[in-house]
Design a protein around this ligand. Sequence first.
Ligand SMILES: Cc1cc2nc3c(=O)[nH]c(=O)nc-3n(C[C@H](O)[C@H](O)[C@H](O)COP(=O)(O)OP(=O)(O)OC[C@H]3O[C@@H](n4cnc5c(N)ncnc54)[C@H](O)[C@@H]3O)c2cc1C
Length: 372
Amino acid sequence: MSRLHNNLNKITKLDIAIIGGGSAGITLAAKLNNVSAVVVEPKTPIERDCNWALWASCAQKTQFKAAIKGSWQQWRVVDHHTEVLHSSDQFHYISLSSAKYIKQCESDLAEGVNLIRAAAEDICAEGIGGSFSARGQQYKADKVYDSRPPKVSKDSLKQHFLGCEIRTKTPISDPHIATLMDFRVDQSRGLHFIYVLPFSDRRLLVESTMISSKLEEKEWYRQAIYQWLKDQKIEIEETLGEEIGVIPMQSLNPLTINSGAIGAASGAVRLSSGYAFANIQAQITKLAEGINSGDFSVPMPISPFLNHMDKIFNGVLMAQPELGVTIMMRTAEALDADGFARFMLGSATLIDWAKVILAMPKVPFVQQMFRQ
Ligand SMILES: Cc1cc2nc3c(=O)[nH]c(=O)nc-3n(C[C@H](O)[C@H](O)[C@H](O)COP(=O)(O)OP(=O)(O)OC[C@H]3O[C@@H](n4cnc5c(N)ncnc54)[C@H](O)[C@@H]3O)c2cc1C
C-alpha cells in the first residue's frame, strides 16, 4: 500500500479516506492498521454527544466499558392494560455516551491514521476511490468510505424524538428498570411512546418518541414528557440537557448507496426500530477484517430477509397506525427477555419468529404482504 506523501500538486495521497467520524467512521478508523488514512469529521465528540443504546452481551459490556452511562438487566414495555417486564441474564440493555465512545476511538487511532477536524468538501468518487478537500487541502484516496447521513425524505415514515436528561427532586422507585416504551401518552398523531433510562435513582433520560411521517414542534415532545412525569409523580429538580433525533425508517434506494457507503448511509438502521449501533459494529468489524486481507468491499449491514420483514411491519404501521401499540405489546408479550433482545438485535431464531408471527393480528400483515 502507498504511504502518505505530498506530491508536487500538493495533493495528499492516501490508502483510505473515511468521510464522517461518527459511529461507523470512527469505529472503522480505530480498527485500521498499517495504512495511510484519514477520518474527516467536523464536529468534536462533545458537540455531537447523544445516547446510543443496544442489547449487549457480557463481552460487549466489557468492550464498551469506558463509554457506558447505564446498564439494565430488566426492561419493560407498558400500555394502559399491561406491563411486560423482561429480566435477562444473557443481555444487558446498555446506553453509551457517544462522546466518550468517539473520544476513546479517536485516541486509539494507529500511527498513519489521522483525524481531520473539518468537513470534507468537493467530494468526487473515482472508481472505488476518490478525492476531496478539507481545510483547503486536497486529498486523493485509493478507497473512500463515506458515512455522511442519508437524507430523510419529507413524507416518509421516521422515528423522531426529543429527550430531556433530568435530575429529579426525589429518588424514583425502580432505577434498575429501563422503560423501552410506555404507550400511555397521546396516540392521536402517530405511534407515540415515552422512553426512560434511569442512569441513577435521580438522574433520568426521558424521551418522547414518535413513529410517523410528520415532525412535531419541539414543545410538543416536551409537553408529552412533562405530562408523563406528572402522571408518574416525578418532579424535575433540574434539566441537564436535551437531545433530538430524526431516524429514517424507509429503506434507502440501492442506486443512491455508493459502494463505499458505511453505517446508516449503507442501510444499517433497522427499519422497524431505528436501532443501528449493533449493526454498525458488526459491519465495521467485518469490513476491517476484510481490509486487512485485501478485500475492500463493504459488508451488507442487515440481511435482505430482515429488511423485507421490517418493510412489511412498517407498511402495516403506515396503513393502520392505530395497530402500533397492539403490535409492539404483543411482540414483547410473545417473547421472553432473551428472545426479545435477539429480535431487536436482528438475530432472532426461527422459534422467536414463529412466536411473534403467531401473536400478530393476521389480516393486516397478510394484506401488507400482498401490497409489498
Ligand atoms: C440522537 C440520536 C440517538 C440515537 N440513538 C440510537 C440508539 O440508542 N441506538 C442505536 O442503535 N441507534 C441510535 N441512533 C441511530 C444512529 O443513526 C446511529 O446509532 C449512528 O449514529 C449512525 O452512525 P453513522 O456513523 O452511520 O452516522 P453518524 O454517527 O451520524 O456519523 C456521520 C458523521 O458524518 C459527519 N459528516 C456529515 N457531513 C460531513 C462532511 N461533509 N464531511 C465530514 N463529515 C461529515 C457528521 O458530523 C457525523 O458525525 C440514534 C440517532 C440519533 C440521531
